[in-house]
Design a protein around this ligand. Structure first.
Ligand SMILES: Cc1ncc(COP(=O)(O)O)c(C=O)c1O
Length: 325
């Protein structure tokens, strides 16, 4: 059995002692323990387990979504669920519950964990099968919903901007696997992330096979130049990001033109500004690529406007969670 990897929200780690035992070592009362949804049941984190024969583990065979909760609202939940069901359909996997039930289960899991702000991970695995690859021997996919928190980059990078490298690892051609499938096999992105971290950077630009900018390891890319904003088209090999779409809408409302354009590293080196978007990343400036400054090496004014507008948007654009009073 594999225990779901996640963190239990704890009371404040303030060094308090109870009967000489640090508070953080005492078991949490049941009502405060993280609850994880597995196949229709809300389980304590310790009991949230799936089989080692699940093809999600054996082959990375499955799909997932990462979704943010802001101020008690789940941001763009419908769009995330649509993408989840499309990813599943693309890999011939029938999610065992209808989309409306998934929406309710997601809202209920967030409410059960009393999370006003956080991050949801929806995971659908192919399910239990034999050790062989054949997915048709897995009768029922497993549904896992984790409501927790995430922090992708150090907080100061949201002020100072990220340093990027160009990864040698390329995005796979769509002929191998469509980048639109958010599959449980993220090794391509993991290898690129390793390169970025080993180069002392927080994030890496991933090119497609032709050398055009596709995206980052878990984010979409935008640049600003001469007052206009550009982002690679989805056909360059990136995921059709939900934050990307929200930012394109924001740019329109702010009066900036945003054009989809095939880009090379040249377009990033010569841009005035660069920023990344993603559910986990949110909107974050990038100020260096391969140790060269982008613009003047500081987050720019268009980026600042987008960040501010995005923070406003998430306050009201979302499906409200009903919490127990
Ligand atoms: C590879 C990749 N690109 C881009 C994104 C950003 O997409 P979204 O804004 O929908 O989170 C993600 C995260 O989901 C991702 O995994």
């Amino acid at each position: 059995m594999v225990e779901a990897a996640c963190f239990t929200p704890r009371p404040v780690h303030d060094g308090r002692l109870i009967s000489g035992i640090p508070l953080k070592w005492l078991p949490l009362p049941r009502s405060l323990r993280m609850k994880i949804h597995i196949n229709g049941q809300l389980l304590d984190k310790e009991d949230a387990k799936i089989s080692v024969f699940d093809h999600g583990l054996l082959y990375g065979d499955g799909v997932f979504e990462g979704i943010r909760i802001y101020h008690g609202r789940i941001f763009r939940l419908t769009a995330h669920l649509k993408r989840l069901y499309e990813s599943a359909r693309s890999i011939c996997m029938e999610i065992p519950i209808p989309i409306e039930e998934m929406e309710k289960a997601t809202l209920d899991t967030v409410a059960a964990n009393n999370l006003q702000d956080g991050y949801i991970r929806l995971v659908i695995t192919r399910g239990v099968g034999s050790l062989g690859l054949n997915p048709f021997q897995c009768p029922r996919p497993s549904v896992i919903i984790i409501a927790s928190t995430i922090s992708l980059y150090p907080a100061e990078r949201y002020e100072k901007g990220l340093n990027l490298i160009t990864c040698a690892t390329r995005r796979p051609t769509p002929a191998a696997l469509s980048p639109q499938v958010k599959s449980l096999n993220y090794l391509n992105n993991v290898m690129a992330k390793i390169e970025a971290i080993q180069a002392g950077c927080e994030e890496g630009i991933m090119l497609n096979e032709q050398g055009y900018v596709a995206e980052c390891t878990g984010d979409n890319v935008f640049v600003a130049k001469n007052g206009k904003v550009y982002t690679p088209p989805i056909s360059a090999g990136g995921l059709d990001g939900i934050t990307r779409q929200a930012v394109i809408e924001i740019l329109g409302q702010l009066g900036f033109s945003c054009e989809e354009k095939m880009m090379t590293r040249h377009d990033l080196f010569t841009a005035d500004e660069c920023f990344l978007t993603g559910t986990a990343a949110e909107v974050i400036p990038a100020v260096q690529l391969d140790r060269r400054l982008i613009g003047d090496g500081k987050p720019g004014p268009i980026t600042a406007q987008v960040v501010a507008a995005f923070r406003e948007l998430v306050k009201h654009d979302g499906t409200p969670v009903t919490y127990a009073s």
